[in-house]
Write a protein that binds this ligand. Structure first.
Ligand code: KIV
Ligand code: NA
Length: 263
């Protein structure tokens, strides 16, 4: 997979598939199911480490899991999360942390937030590092946001999200995760920014791509699943079947269902 091909898919309206991945075995399996993108998400703090948020995850841990995934992956586009505290300090620190993930095997780095991140996105993209931004519910800011809830419901919040998305696109971001935002707003942002490959999670089926946390869609995550998740193991007899079902349901536009999974 290449960025050129992903842009082509976005332009042609072919839905792009992405799941999180943290190790070589799953990377091999997901890649063999022709998933378009793998994200080494800092959600590994919760699903692998048992932490209650992504805040404690370190850059060394992200680099380690990125190396593991890169060894198992052959075709999929590989993104890796800059963890909390590894890019907020300065452009220098952001560049250094991004280099660490790229050298571990990432082809694109992801960072959270809008406004102040515009400068960092410009800095990285000018220096040859493709960037995925992340707006809406940004889990590294969960304590500041006051919990895991839908963002951009009110007019002010929606206007800020629209503005941040435009700024990030102009700064050179090529992908943008929209997490827990109303479907109508995700549709507006997707239409207003043709250069951005929008990636939805809890944002309806209107974005160019869809992502889920692997352990959520395989039904491994304990407790009540968020509304936007579907357990693809409920009907699949094997992990491979569940992943192939996710791919076909996203490609055909059947997942997510705006009524059942959207806001
Ligand atoms: O860390 C993660 O898994 C993510 C996705 C949910 C977008 O950032
Ligand atoms: Na993340």
């Amino acid at each position: 997979m290449t960025l050129h091909r992903l842009r082509e898919m976005r332009a042609q309206g072919e839905k792009i598939t992405m799941l999180t991945c943290y190790d070589a075995s799953f990377a091999r399996l997901l890649d063999s199911c022709e998933l378009d993108c793998l994200l080494v998400g800092d959600s590994l703090g919760m699903v692998l480490q048992g932490q209650s948020s992504t805040v404690p995850v370190t850059l060394d841990e992200m680099a380690y899991h990125t190396r593991c995934v890169a060894r198992g992956n052959r075709h999929a586009w590989l993104l890796s999360d800059l963890p909390f505290g590894s890019y907020q300090e300065s452009l220098d620190q952001c560049m250094r942390s991004s280099v660490a993930l790229m050298q571990a095997g990432a082809q694109m780095i992801k960072l959270e937030g809008g406004g102040w991140t515009t400068e960092a996105v410009h800095f990285l993209t000018q220096r040859g590092i493709p960037v995925c931004a992340h707006l809406g519910l940004t889990p590294q800011s969960v304590h500041a946001l006051g919990g895991y809830r839908v963002q951009g419901r009110d007019a002010d919040g929606a206007a800020t999200l629209r503005q941040h998305a435009r700024e990030l696109s102009e700064a050179g971001a090529t992908m943008l995760v929209l997490e827990l935002v109303p479907t109508a707003l995700a549709a507006e942002i997707t239409e207003a920014n043709p250069q951005l490959i929008t990636v939805g999670i809890g944002a309806g089926n209107v974005t160019a791509a869809q992502v889920l946390v692997l352990h959520d869609m395989l039904g491994i995550t304990a407790g009540k699943l968020p509304r936007f998740v579907r357990n693809f193991m409920a009907t699949g007899a094997s992990i491979e079947q569940a992943v192939r079902l996710f791919v076909s349901e996203v490609k055909s536009g059947r997942f997510p269902d705006n009524g059942q999974h959207g806001f």
